[in-house]
Write a protein that binds this ligand. Structure first.
Ligand code: GLA
Length: 747
């Protein structure tokens, strides 16, 4: 049997994943599509028991509700607008006369193996052996509009994806002013709302809120998924923790404007909606035209946030990222940004590469500042768009640099920012119309006081952007890595390319254009590793993961603050997607002085890299990082591809934070613990491990032992999985900024 079943008599659809079920019903007379159930996997008996034939079966209790409030209480699958349901609608359409009421009703459905692509949009993927899809066509006869709901249930991960396609069949155009990709009605119970917020250099902080009556939301209208709020929301039961309790997770597969909102109404029901932010969204649909809204990933866990996370990590590896690096180990790299900023030349870079190689680093990434002819990129106010080598800095060009790095046994990566242009650039002089701009209004600039976004809606601009990568990789096929930056928001809301009556399409067309470019790059260069940098952590979203391999977690490399940001980021993105670099002390962003071992141990829990200038490193720093890299490589498979268990949260004020990874066989694990604050007579909690086999015995080896020091008292000991997971182990974290990394191997 497939993942999706239609109970004809009951007119109910049941979608199953390994541990969850999702039920949708057609209310006979009205043909409303009602939401019945989403939660732990249930049986056919349960489905029939949930039905109460002869009445609308899906309203939990209607005893105290009269018919007039029926629609306002009814759990809807895709609620319409202006027809008696006063909660947030999923869709809003106005016809030429300005009428905005509409409620699409069930017309037909089909179920098939596999998953359709979403043209022009990033999306998860799955073969006919991996998933099944339900398409339900709803129709609004008055507007002559169809709304097709797509649900895909995966066999191998507890994920259901949803997306929506709206088609206008009427002669006259209609205007979509809202089209969310998902709406889910649940009983309010005791859920809290979990979201991530932040700012530049302070990304993805965790926030829990009580769900009050009315609406609460996160969103972005910056033209990007943003540093500030994250296209994700979870409902977390009151007792939930990392490994227990109920969690509903929703993640948008889109990197543009979004809204994620939870509403609690008078009948204590919750409505979650997620999709394109309705602000500034107005889309004209002429007869026969279709608008497809991006996908939302839904997951349910009855084993806490930990299972939600592991499900989402599995989804990333199996159904989201397309590059061969999904299950390949990723290189340890050095990035010269914090080592040199704009002040480098061939010699400096090669010296970095040579020294880095000695400590085990496998790749050099040349950051911002390598380009510009008429306007040289010596600071951040010029040259974006002029992707020609700065011959003053690199007189023998890239070729010489790449080949020398290659001869030294080190791979090469390069920084670009294809979507941006500075007003001080040859590109802007030649194509001033290629920048987004509002007719008659002064240009708004971002970074450097001169930076703008290119009008990626324009196919010529798309060709230009593809050309940047194509020229680099075509001429220098040894380039193994691209750091794709995006340092400015969509500030000038106007396009010289789009006609006047389509200016309201910019936010969407920008991302469609970007996806076209990324599709072309991936089709021609599937093997190159690409980082979505986004001005620090501004582009961390599922919307770019089909094309990019990893994120730069934050421009803030302070190891102490990174523990919080990496903690939040790990809720959705696996460690191999999280670029974590060892950096200088005092830290360049915060001035904090942190011992080198702690800095290494924090960076080692993800995709390890370095921002340090080798020539400025002390002997101790040099030895410790070399040790860290050597040990990291010996367990890199477990860290990068393993299952994450978060053990002690930095948010819990226990003075420490701890996490670990296990491999699928439960034979190998890597454990991390960090001292977050230091007091006299401090009580450090024992830490219980997770994800091990209770019946196995594990031998402990300390990794990255402090230079000149002795391994900690746990080193060389053997513990049973039972003891490790139930009693836990004492932490060797006596001093300020103490940290430890342990390898556990089943004997
Ligand atoms: C952004 C990135 C940094 C660095 C600079 C270069 O801020 O996040 O890592 O690449 O741009 O200008």
């Amino acid at each position: 049997m497939g993942a999706i079943h239609y109970y004809e008599k009951e007119r109910v659809f049941k979608l199953d994943t390994p541990h969850t079920s999702y039920l949708i019903g057609i209310v006979d007379e009205e043909k409303f599509l009602g939401h019945i159930y989403y939660g732990a996997k249930i049986t056919d008996y349960d489905v029939r028991a949930l039905m109460r034939t002869g009445e609308a079966p899906f309203v939990p209790s209607q005893n105290n509700r009269d018919r007039s409030s029926f629609l306002d209480a009814f759990p809807m699958e895709y609620p319409g607008h202006g027809v008696g349901d006063y909660r947030e609608s999923a869709i809003s359409v106005s016809d030429k006369n300005g009428n905005t009421a509409g409620q699409p009703l069930y017309r037909e459905h089909k179920i098939y193996a596999g998953k359709p692509g979403l043209p022009g949009l990033p999306a998860t993927f799955g073969s006919e052996e991996e998933c099944e899809t339900l398409e339900i066509v709803l129709a609004d006869e008055v507007l002559d509009l169809t709304v097709t709901l797509y649900y895909t249930a995966f066999y191998d991960v507890d994920v259901i994806t949803r997306s929506v396609r709206v088609t206008n069949h009427a002669k006259e155009p209609v205007y979509l002013t809202k089209v969310f990709s998902t709406a889910l009605d649940l009983d309010a119970e005791d859920y809290r709302m979990l979201t991530l917020h932040g700012s530049w250099a302070r990304e993805r902080q965790i926030e829990y809120r009580q769900i009050g009556y009315g609406k609460q939301s996160v969103g972005s209208c910056r033209g990007e998924s943003s540093h500030q709020e994250h296209p994700f929301v979870a409902l977390v039961s009151a007792n939930a923790g990392q490994e227990q309790g109920r969690v509903y997770g929703f993640h948008f597969v889109y990197s543009g404007n979004f809204l994620a909102q939870v509403e609690k109404n008078q009948f204590d029901s919750l409505r979650v909606v997620l999709g394109i932010h309705p602000q500034d969204f107005k889309w004209e649909l002429k007869q026969g035209e279709t608008f497809t809204a991006p996908e939302v990933v839904l997951t349910y866990s009855d084993a806490g946030l930990g299972r939600m996370t592991r499900t989402l990590h599995d989804l990333y590896r199996k159904h989201l990222i397309r590059s061969p690096y999904k299950d390949r180990e990723r290189p340890v790299l050095i990035n010269n940004w914090e080592a040199t900023y704009f002040d480098f030349d061939t010699e400096k870079l090669l010296a970095i590469a040579r020294e880095a190689k000695k400590s085990g680093i496998e790749m050099l990434v040349m950051d911002d500042g390598w380009f510009g002819d008429k306007y040289r990129r010596v600071q951040d106010n010029s040259s974006l768009g002029d992707w020609v080598v700065d011959r003053k800095k690199l007189p023998n060009g890239l070729e010489n640099l790449i080949q020398t790095a290659d001869r030294n046994g080190i791979k090469f990566g390069i920084w670009i920012e294809p979507e941006a242009v500075n007003s001080k650039s040859e590109l802007f002089e030649k194509h001033p119309d290629w920048a987004l701009q509002v007719k008659g209004r002064p240009l708004q600039y971002g970074r450097g006081g001169t930076q703008m976004l290119l009008d990626v809606c324009n196919p010529e601009v798309q060709d230009f952007m593809f050309g940047i990568v194509d020229n680099l990789l075509g001429k220098h096929p040894q380039i193994a890595y691209i750091k794709w930056d995006a340092n400015v928001e969509l500030k000038n809301y106007g396009s010289t390319y789009l006609p006047q009556d389509k200016q309201s399409h910019i936010y969407i067309e920008y991302h469609r254009g970007l996806n076209k470019v990324l599709e072309r790059i991936r089709a021609k260069y599937p093997d190159v590793l690409i980082q979505a940098c986004g001005g620090g952590g501004g582009r961390a979203s599922y919307g770019v993961l089909p094309y990019f391999d990893e994120f730069w977690v934050s421009d803030n490399t302070d190891a102490l603050q990174r523990i919080y940001m990496q903690w939040g980021t790990s809720y959705f993105y696996p460690s191999n997607a999280m670029a974590q670099h060892i950096s200088a002390s005092p830290n360049h962003q915060t001035g904090r002085i942190i011992p080198i071992k702690f800095r290494c141990d924090v960076a080692m829990s993800g995709r390890l890299g370095m921002e340090l200038q080798p020539s400025k490193m002390t002997k101790e720093e040099y030895q410790q990082t070399a040790q860290a890299i050597k040990d990291y490589k010996s367990v890199r498979d477990v860290i990068q591809l393993g299952n994450l268990y978060r053990l002690v949260s930095p948010y819990d004020d226990k003075g420490i934070a701890s996490l670990m990874y296990t491999d699928d066989t439960e034979n190998k694990a890597v454990f991390f613990a960090y001292k977050m604050e230091h007091f006299n007579n401090q009580v450090i909690p024992r830490v219980c491990l997770r994800g091990l086999d209770p019946s196995k015995n594990y031998r402990v080896r300390e990794l990255n032992v402090k230079t000149g020091g002795q391994p900690c008292f746990l080193n060389g000991k053997t513990f049973s999985g039972t003891l490790l997971m139930n009693t836990g182990i004492e932490m060797p974290l006596g001093s300020d900024y103490a940290s430890c990394v342990l390898e556990l191997t089943a004997e």
